[in-house]
Design a binder for this molecule. Sequence first.
Ligand code: FES
Length: 156
Amino acid sequence: MADRIDEIIKKHLNVQRDSLLPLLQDIQNDQGYLSEESITRIAASLGLSASQVYGVATFYDQFRFEPRGRFHIQICHGTACHINNSARIIQEAERLLKIKPGQTTRDGTFSLEIVNCMGACGLSPVMAINDSYYHGIAAEDLKEIIENCKVKISRL
Ligand code: FES
């Protein structure tokens, strides 16, 4: 993993603190999240402190600092979904899973992410769990959807 992180860092020559974004995105795309190790390696290679790199990464909602859960839930909060109550769905997901966006449940089963537009505005509000998409859902549907995921795990 360390070699892979260093390989990605090498592709981003001349990166400065204020132009870290593409490097952080590449590492997250490759690793699924920004681990402590990747933050430390980025900081060391750029002559920055880890807290300076964290400072940049935490400014953006798109970065995760924990590995994804077995069921990665993405809820769209783009304009069309927002108009159709996605905020209520997000609230309900936080309540049921007891995590905030960007976090993973302690048992590693669920992780939650808020995304901008999933390209299905006409079917909003939209969410996805791994590769399955759910359209036109309401906050009240979430409990059953999450329970179904738990059932899938119990059958494995
Ligand atoms: S705004 Fe949610 S799918 Fe486009």
